[in-house]
Ligand binder design. Structure first.
Ligand SMILES: [Zn+2]
Length: 416
């Protein structure tokens, strides 16, 4: 008897999570559409929606065009009331966003920090920014926070393993430091995984997005992988260290301990170094040594500067070689490339990658892969952090049903 009621309770929780996620995917939909998509009985849907409306997670929208063109009352997530916070940590700065449960950002704030060397003090600055944001928005009930961090993050040990070029960040307990004194759960994920999650979350109706790879090509090279709509994290949640695949067994030593890692040949740092070497050798260019910034390189590539264009094409070629290996290992339906390297000249990058894939991958495989440059308007890692926080909140609807909204609100205000 006891076992039966425990099982029924579990089924109820699973059904609530299913319905919340369907509402999230659909944006606005009718109860009949939810019954059709979930396979649950209309009466079950009516009960669940009743509970979700009662605790404020879902609101009715008025009449919409429903199943078989019948007019029906629509429901949607209550984005105005319940919020999540996404954070993206990068070298020397962090972004913070306040988003609805749908992942839609209501505001994004950029903070500059001197965080190149000392991560713990910068994490304290992030925590203060989260607390300030909650104080400034006392009517929003923040349910969950997620921070996207560069470099492999060992979730179980709460440890940032290393970040290329930033020794002071190594071994830092990001979750413990950031969550101290915060009343809601705080999650930490790798920035490339967050980017992949954003591509999935904001295109989840797209069949190719179910098995996709997002490549973050910036100061480092990483990737986030989705398999059947789920992030592939690996045993220690550090899968996707794509930049540390070696393409030269006797190449330069990398911070990860390996030699000849891909990111030593195709990160934006590698691009800068290649251009600097050309300039030292007397090559003629509009770029000047000591001023080889990303905006300067971008401008030089776009006006056809020979040194900048050649270096950029070479670097894109190395990245393309890495992508060919990824295709052979994972068989993705879609590859999205984002971050600084992709933003310099998306056309040249896409052309190089597509040509390399055509030349190196069996056409039966390559013709079924969509290759794109990121099209999300905000940083995918930041959007993904907020989306991940929202997913975690939606996966625990019992939290809202058990604790009254009033209680949650009081917790938020205690911070003030
Ligand atoms: Zn490496």
């Amino acid at each position: 008897m006891y076992q039966t009621s425990v099982n029924q309770e579990k089924i109820q929780i699973i059904n609530r999570v299913l319905i919340l996620n369907l509402i999230r995917q659909e944006g606005i939909c009718s109860r009949a559409t939810l019954a059709k998509l979930s396979g649950l009985r209309q009466a079950t849907i009516t009960n669940i929606i009743g509970e979700l409306i009662h605790c404020g997670l879902v609101v009715e929208t008025g009449l919409i065009s429903g199943e078989r063109n019948r007019r029906a009352i629509g429901v949607r997530l209550n984005d105005e009331r319940f919020k999540v916070i996404g954070v993206r940590l990068a070298r020397g700065m962090f972004d913070i966003s306040l988003a609805g449960l749908s992942g839609k950002p209501y505001g994004i704030w950029e903070h500059r920090t001197g965080m190149e060397g000392n991560l713990p003090s910068s994490l304290r600055a992030v925590r203060s920014a989260i607390q300030n944001l909650m104080r400034e928005h006392p009517d929003d009930e923040v349910l969950s926070v997620c921070a996207a961090v560069p470099g492999p993050y060992h979730e179980e040990e709460d440890r940032l393993l290393f970040v290329t070029g930033l020794d002071g960040w190594k071994g830092c307990a990001v979750q413990r430091t950031l969550s101290e004194g915060l009343p809601m759960p705080l999650h930490v994920i790798n920035d490339a995984n967050a980017g992949a999650f954003a591509q999935f979350w904001h295109n989840s109706g797209d069949a190719e997005a179910q098995n996709m790879v997002y490549i973050l090509a910036g100061q480092g090279i990483g990737c986030g992988m989705l398999v059947d709509g789920k992030l592939l994290l690996g045993q220690q949640s550090i899968a996707g260290e794509f930049g540390h695949s070696s393409i030269s067994f006797d190449g330069p030593l990398c911070a990860c301990g390996n030699r000849g890692c891909l990111e030593q040949y195709c990160s934006v740092s590698a691009l800068r170094e290649q251009i600097a070497e050309q300039l030292r050798n007397g090559a003629s260019s509009c770029l000047r040594e000591g001023f080889i910034t990303i905006p300067a390189i971008t401008q030089a590539v776009r006006i056809g500067d020979r040194v900048a264009c050649e270096a950029y094409r070479r670097v894109c070629g190395f990245l393309a070689m890495g992508i060919v290996s990824l295709i052979n290992q994972l068989n993705p339906g879609k590859i999205v490339i984002g971050d600084q390297l992709a933003e310099i000249h998306p056309g040249i990058l896409l052309d190089t990658v597509k040509r390399t894939i055509e030349n190196s991958v069996n056409p039966l495989i390559s013709r079924n892969i969509a290759v794109e440059v990121n099209r999300l308007e905000e940083s995918p890692s930041l959007l993904g952090a907020a989306a991940y926080a929202a997913q975690q909140a939606l996966a625990n609807p019992d939290l809202f049903l058990a604790a009254s909204a009033r209680n949650l609100c009081a917790h938020s205000r205690e911070l003030a």
